[in-house]
Design a protein. Structure first.
Length: 252
């Protein structure tokens, strides 16, 4: 990976982070692993591989939420470091997933460091507003953004630039037994993400039958995704219609 590519990935990673100038709009769109993989693929010249790796990480973190302002994992770090390193090393989704977990924890620590340091600027802004120095108070968010840039751009850029060759060497020296174990755990991680998502959207245990049916259609019947989606839409409509009729009848 060239220095220019590392810089571009670092800039995109910063702009699509939670506290970047683009805000939640950027982090909830191009900051997601699937879209991030596409952008990284454009920068590195392999969009297909970028999207494939992004989809794998997206499955891992599909059920992650930030309740009450807590950040269990920083998907931005996981995406903009693990995907480029895996692409540079010529590795597959398993390697990207293995990197994503510790990197997401590192990103969460960086985010907490930013918000902690920026508390100082918040108190300074309150004091300036109380003193009537509104023009200076308006500039305080810019100072806070400096911390976010430092903790976001430089780690992403440096790890990608310095770690591109290191990632390839690391794959070569890792024993086959360790690699096999990592593949097993990496294959289990997306299941955790889907289980977290199901826990939020499934209201009745009976609804799990639909997900089992869909799995059977794809895994056993080897149906394409579009027919499965059409079948799912029909079942969802029937369930909505007749469950609504039952509720109305019970109310009467």
């Amino acid at each position: 990976m060239t220095l220019l590519q590392a810089i571009l990935i670092g800039l995109v990673g910063w702009l699509t982070s939670m506290y970047a100038p683009t805000g939640l709009v950027g982090s909830n769109s191009f900051g997601k692993p699937l879209a991030a993989g596409m952008l990284i693929g454009i920068i590195l010249g392999d969009v297909t591989t970028g999207i494939i790796l992004g989809a794998a990480i997206q499955a891992l973190y599909i059920g992650v939420v930030a309740p009450g302002g807590t950040l269990p994992a920083d998907v931005n770090y996981a995406s903009f470091i693990s995907i480029p390193l895996a692409m540079s090393a010529g590795a597959g989704p398993e390697y990207a997933l293995t990197l994503a977990v510790p990197l997401s924890m590192l990103g969460a620590a960086a985010t907490y460091a930013v918000v902690t340091l920026n508390l100082y600027f918040v108190h300074q802004q309150d004091a300036m507003i109380a003193q009537g120095k509104l023009s200076l108070a308006e500039k305080m968010p810019l100072l806070g953004q400096i911390n976010n840039f430092i903790f976001r751009f430089f780690p992403i850029m440096l790890i990608n630039y310095l770690g591109s060759g290191f990632a390839a060497k690391l794959l070569a020296i890792i024993p086959a037994q360790v690699t096999d174990i990592l593949k097993i755990f990496a294959g289990m991680l997306p299941l955790i993400g889907f289980m977290l998502l199901l826990k939020m959207i499934v209201k009745r245990r009976f609804e799990l039958v639909f997900f089992v049916f869909g799995f059977v259609l794809v895994a056993a019947a080897e149906m394409q995704i579009i027919p499965v989606v059409v079948i799912a839409a029909v079942l969802a409509y029937l369930d909505f219609k007749y469950s609504g009729d039952r509720k109305e009848g019970s109310a009467i």
